[in-house]
Design a protein around this ligand. Sequence first.
Ligand SMILES: [Zn+2]
Length: 119
Amino acid sequence: MRRVRRLVPGEQKRAIKLAALRDCGRRCVYCAKPLDYEHATLDHVHPLAKGGAHVAGNVVAACPPCNRLKADMLPVEFFMRYPQAGTNFIHYARAVHRALKRQARRAVSLAFAGVRMAA
Ligand SMILES: [Zn+2]
């Protein structure tokens, strides 16, 4: 009898991280720095602490400093404050939900409009 081997939690985590890295072009989606497996962290674009889900469309690869910087900010808050991170996100986070990309585009354009008005 053939037994189907189920992924243990550690392997599952590894598989999710590898998929996120691949989908993000092996870069941090916020600062565009190249990432290898050891240095990559997973970021929930819509934070779990604020009702985000642990699903592929909400998970991206990020470097530890960007992940700490973003912390539990909603994507809109984060991209308004760091529009460059939003621009990189739009470019590199290829597999995220379309709604998140739409929010990012909106936040980035609002942030840049604000900069122009202030200048
Ligand atoms: Zn980064």
